[in-house]
Design a protein around this ligand. Structure first.
Ligand code: FAD
Ligand code: NA
Length: 385
């Protein structure tokens, strides 16, 4: 078969945005290679067969953005509901409203505080350490919010997330721990927020729906790279270390284990996400997926819940969150040097840049790569990299 004009490795939001723009605006033939059995990368979702409840297979995905261009772009493929994300957290037999806010402070300390009273209380508790002097994550957190809130809401959760005691973690993992001295418990502050009305997979499939786009599923780039490398431009959104055969060493990631089950209750926890802050509870959160779409009609008496566990990723695990140690950053610089020497390959997305990117960031960054690299290359013959 003739070579395509462009090969895109990976069908997550980054890869699909590149493919969609090149196919529909530049009329290029785009071949998308995807090693999983479905498009969409980590945003993929599917209906749990017994209940029909939409489950985000690789962890809950909440769409939010303040970027006007990204909002206009995503609305070409889907409508959004007016879902607003809110998270609750259990600790020591009580449920609190997160993020840290005046409701949580009042319930936790067992009495009402005005915003000024709460601010004074937390400032006094935070005076135990100076932030500049903190030598580990625990001291840094205490310097920001004081010991009582740290011990209840940060210590156990962080230890489970990192499988490491916070006194052994770098203070750089947290920059700020914002406390809201009001009752605002919306999780995101962005101008636009919502969930795709007919689900993530319908949205993702619409992006790929063009006669100019061919998607080859269950196809690993490394099995077919000789057909394309050095012959056509490639946008690669897989792990950057893998592209170079891990020559500079593996970059480290955290992964999560997600265990889904159907339960015989109409409503298991009354909200979409409940954090578990107690160190003795092995999971970090429980997601109850029907609460993401309260506008849908459901089978009575059934719900789907997903327990989430966090741990370091082994070689065969899905890489989810970059750990970003000093050693990782050095390796990444060496991979970036190698990447500069690849004249026909552009690296993008979460895995290709070793950066945690929200969906709107992945889409925004793909639109910039399209504007700054791909369009000038294909329309004016500008060098690709
Ligand atoms: P991905 O979605 O990871 O897609 C990369 C694709 O490349 C994958 O499909 C992979 O199979 C494929 N691939 C890799 N290597 C190869 C190869 N060699 N050959 C062929 N194919 C290959 N964002 C939000 O905005 N809100 C959220 O609430 C949110 N929650 C998240 C929760 C979790 C647990 C994770 C991990 C991410 C979350 N995100 C969220 C981020 C969101 O998933 C990313 O923005 C999005 O995944 C980025 O898209 P991407 O295309 O860069 O990467
Ligand atoms: Na302090």
């Amino acid at each position: 078969s003739p070579l395509p004009d462009l090969v895109v490795v990976g069908s997550g939001f980054f890869g699909l945005t590149i493919a969609e723009r090149c196919a529909n605006e530049l009329d290029l033939k785009v071949l998308v290679l995807e090693r999983r059995h479905h498009v969409g990368g980590n945003a993929y979702s599917e209906r749990e067969p017994e209940t029909g409840i939409e489950v985000h297979k690789y962890g809950a995905h909440l769409f939010h953005t303040s970027n006007e261009r990204v909002w206009e772009y995503v609305n070409r493929f889907t409508d959004f509901t007016n879902y607003q994300h809110r998270v609750f957290g259990k600790y020591d037999g009580q449920v609190y409203s997160l993020p840290l806010n005046l409701s949580l402070i009042n319930v936790f300390f067992g009495k009402s505080h005005t915003p000024d009273e709460a601010r004074a209380l937390i400032a006094e508790q935070a005076s135990e350490f100076r932030t500049e002097d903190a030598s580990n994550l625990e001291e840094k957190a205490i310097s920001l919010i004081g010991r009582p809130l740290y011990e209840a809401f940060i210590k156990g959760y962080t230890a489970k997330q990192w499988q490491t005691d916070p006194t052994e973690l770098s203070p750089d993992i947290i920059t700020r721990l914002p406390v809201r001295y009001n009752f605002d418990n919306r999780y995101f502050n962005d101008k636009y927020e919502g969930l795709p009305v007919d689900g993530y997979t319908a949205w993702l499939e619409r992006m790929a729906d063009s006669p100019n786009i061919e998607v080859r599923l269950e196809t690993d780039f490394f099995d077919v790279r000789d057909e394309f490398q050095g012959k056509v431009p490639i946008v690669y959104t897989g792990p950057v270390d893998e592209y170079f055969g891990n020559s500079e060493g593996r970059l480290s990631w955290r992964t999560v284990d997600l265990e889904a089950e159907v339960v015989d209750v109409d409503d298991f926890q009354g909200c979409s996400v409940m954090n578990y802050n107690d160190q003795g509870v092995p999971y970090t959160r429980i997601h109850e997926f029907k609460h993401f779409h309260p506008e849908r009609t459901y089978l009575p008496g059934k719900s789907v819940i997903v327990h989430e566990y966090s741990r370091f990723a082994e070689e065969t695990d899905e890489p989810y969150y970059p750990i970003n140690t000093a050693e990782d950053r050095e390796k990444l610089l060496r991979y970036r040097d190698l990447a500069k020497k690849e004249p026909m390959t552009l690296f993008g997305g979460r895995l290709g840049t070793y950066k945690y990117l929200d969906m709107h960031m992945a889409i925004g960054s793909a639109l910039s790569m399209y504007d700054n690299k791909l369009k000038p290359h294909f329309t004016e013959g500008a060098p690709l990299t």
